[in-house]
Write a protein of this length. Structure first.
Length: 108
């Protein structure tokens, strides 16, 4: 089995937690969206990049990007459909800003 390739993310979310209004957090299930999944949604759905260009920015293949994006969309859909809280964080990635990168693992 090939080693997992680290994903590059160039931005972080302004908020890391979203929940339905009026329901105490202790009553909600929490769905986790990994940082690299958030980056995939940001590139594909917010910045409207095609999958090849987005995959290049993340330093991964197009098929891998497609899988990360599908996983991200499934997590968001699950949180919305089930009325769950959505927490953004974790995963294996490198944070990169303006051509320089900061290596590390951000938990799993």
């Amino acid at each position: 089995m090939r080693p997992r390739k680290c994903r590059i993310i160039r931005s972080t979310p302004s908020a890391r937690f979203f929940k339905p209004r009026g329901i105490p957090l202790c009553e909600l299930q929490i769905v986790t969206l990994k940082d690299e999944e958030w980056e995939a949604i940001r590139l594909a759905d917010y910045r409207h990049l095609d999958q090849q260009a987005a995959a290049q920015q993340m330093g991964i293949s197009r098929p891998t990007f497609s899988r990360v994006l599908a996983s991200a969309r499934a997590a968001v859909a699950r949180a919305l459909a089930e009325g769950a809280a959505l927490q953004i964080g974790g995963g294996d990635f490198q944070r990169c800003c303006d051509g320089s990168s900061v290596a590390g693992k951000a938990g799993r």
